[in-house]
Design a protein around this ligand. Structure first.
Ligand SMILES: O=C(O)c1[nH]c(=O)[nH]c(=O)c1Cl
Length: 309
């Protein structure tokens, strides 16, 4: 079976890439993703200036996934624009994730990205749950609409958004109605971590990460059904847009499920953090095996074809 696919008319060897924030803060990590068999890669969400992020421990791997409250540690947007300027786009597409701490910061970064005239894809992060005192725009529909109105106008080129998980059909409907207003909003990445979970260690009777009294974003097995729901909800509601699936991917079957739900590309976070970039070889092998067993030779034969009962 062939895993070749395309994203916004760009060909990719396969639909797999990292999730923003994982294995992508420093150039050496990004280089490792370029060298890996990932079909594409995305940078750590960036802010105007470099940030240390929250106090450690701020990430913990768990039997069923992960919890994190990193606090947006990153090298500042110029670092990632420099990386994007040196990337070989013939090899694989590069996405730049932007998570400015204000609308103005986002506009400054987006203007710089536009000025750089690079073939990189902008993934506007509306869903970081871990910056104290900064409510995420993804859960404030008025703010989200305003951010998109200004960014879509300023950037003028195709871009995408990274959304938080929603858990109610009224929220799916409202968010989709906003997103559908912006013609150059070309893709939607669902989901970011499920925000502000609390993991407790029974023996120590304590939280397991330091920031925010232990409250942090959940990833891994915990989030797969929610991720699939959000992928399919926006796939159904935004027919003119491309969906990128993110959340809970650990096996080839999980990739298959995201594709079935309507995803074009599939991002890997927690599992990549734990296994490293070789995971992209394993996931492709498992996906090919599953496709062969089902008699599929190309992804387009089943992508978006989720059956209902
Ligand atoms: O704490 C973080 O850096 C972080 N952590 C997440 O789980 N999602 C995000 O978008 C970000 Cl920006």
């Amino acid at each position: 079976p062939d895993l070749a696919t395309s994203f916004l008319e760009q060909p990719l060897d396969n639909p797999l890439m990292n999730a923003a924030g994982v294995w992508c803060t420093l150039a050496a990590q990004l280089d490792a993703l370029v060298e890996s068999s990932a079909g594409a890669l995305v940078t750590k969400s960036c802010t105007l200036s470099r940030r240390d992020g929250n106090a450690e421990p701020r990430y913990r791997a768990l039997p069923l996934g992960s919890i994190n409250s990193m606090g947006l540690p990153n090298e500042g947007y110029a670092y990632y624009l420099d990386y994007a300027a040196c990337h070989d786009y013939e090899r694989k597409p590069l996405f730049v994730s932007v998570s400015g701490l204000s609308l103005d910061d986002n506009l400054t970064i987006v203007a710089a990205l536009r000025e750089a005239v690079l073939p990189a894809f902008l993934e506007l992060n509306l869903s970081c749950p871990n910056v104290e005192g900064k409510p995420q725009p993804g859960y404030d529909f008025e703010a989200m609409d305003q951010f998109l109105a200004e960014v879509a106008t300023a950037y003028r080129r195709p871009f995408g958004v990274k959304l938080p998980p929603y858990f109610d059909f009224v929220h799916f409907d409202t968010a989709a109605e906003i997103l559908n207003r912006y013609d150059n909003l070309a893709f939607i990445t669902c989901i970011n971590s499920i925000g502000n979970g609390l993991v407790i260690d029974t023996d120590s009777e304590s939280t397991v990460i330091r920031p925010k009294d232990g409250f942090g974003g959940l990833g891994g097995d915990y989030v797969l059904p929610t991720a699939l729901a959000n992928v399919n909800a926006f796939y159904r509601r935004c027919p003119g847009k491309t969906i990128i699936g993110c959340g809970g991917v650990q096996t080839g079957a999980h990739v298959f499920q995201h594709l079935l739900a309507g995803a074009t590309l599939v991002q890997v976070g927690t599992a990549l953090h734990e296994e490293g970039p070789s995971i992209f070889d394993r996931l492709q092998h498992e996906l090919r095996e599953l496709m062969a067993k089902k008699g599929y030779s190309r992804i387009e034969e089943f992508r978006g074809r989720l059956k209902t009962l």
